[in-house]
Design a protein around this ligand. Structure first.
Ligand code: PEP
Length: 256
């Protein structure tokens, strides 16, 4: 089974509309037809989604846009929130859910991650479900148990057909934005455990088809060792996605 690799840039709370247009244009300018061999996704802040999509559509490049968050209710009195339908209408194909920053800074629970995942799937947007352990959990030797429980919780109530386009991103919290990367072996071990959990839940075929990404200080200098691991199907990139040159190197690492 060969899964198509994915490189997704999580811009977090960076780039005004004007800056996002410049970065999207820079990335688009580097686009090569070869990139069609990778699913390339830009996840800018909400306000930048439509402007970024407009640039990509105008240039006719096969790069998708994804959101960083969503609310599970279809509409209503939820001040400050954005619905699946709003994202869908502007051409969003992916949405990150359960990023560790949302879990730790904004109180996002496994139950909320599950509601968001289900709402996205019902609305035709592929969730990129983030899971990952803290240093305390790793030091206690409980990484796999913890991460696999997050996977089970995120996909609760869903079936194999529903999860077929979902993506899981394994992001050890201690490696995000710290410059400290998991070794390829550490990352592979947990990504394999994630896939085994998906197999338990939905069967081997679904597990073999699902992309499992690694995220946490992935950059051009360390991408090669990570991307060649059998259960790592690409990256969710923070810092290195904010420069077109480094993002291009990460995309192109998926092609070699
Ligand atoms: C992230 O925020 O998802 C991430 C992996 O960030 P960084 O690459 O900067 O560690």
């Amino acid at each position: 089974m060969t899964r198509k690799k994915m490189m997704a840039g999580n811009w977090k709370m960076n780039k005004t509309v004007a800056e996002a247009v410049v970065l999207t244009q820079d990335i688009s300018n580097q686009y090569d037809k070869e990139w069609e061999g990778v699913d390339v996704v830009l996840c800018p802040p909400f306000v930048d989604l439509k402007p970024a999509k407009t640039v990509l559509d105008f240039d006719k490049v096969k790069i998708s846009v994804g959101a960083q968050n969503v609310h599970w209710e279809p509409e209503g009195a939820f001040t400050g929130e954005i619905s699946v339908a709003m994202l869908k209408e502007i051409g969003c194909e992916y949405c990150i859910v359960g990023h560790s920053e949302r879990r730790t800074l904004f109180g996002e629970t496994d139950e909320m991650v599950n509601k968001k995942t289900r709402a996205l799937i019902a609305g035709g947007i592929a969730p990129i479900v983030c899971v990952g352990e803290s240093l305390a959990v790793r030091d206690a030797g409980e990484t796999e148990e913890y991460v696999c429980a997050q996977v089970r919780a995120a996909f609760a109530g869903l079936d194999a057909v529903e999860v077929k386009d979902a993506v899981v991103a394994y992001e050890p919290i201690w490696a995000i934005g710290t410059g400290r990367t998991a070794t390829p072996e550490q990352a592979q071990e947990v990504c394999a455990a994630v896939r085994a959990t998906v197999a338990e839940l939905f069967g081997e075929e679904t597990a073999q088809n699902m992309r499992v990404l690694y995220g946490g200080s992935m950059k051009p200098e360390n991408v090669e060792g990570l991307i060649c691991q059998p259960d790592i199907d690409g990256g969710l990139i923070g810092g290195a996605a904010l420069k077109a040159a480094s993002f291009r190197q990460l995309v192109e690492a998926c092609l070699s």
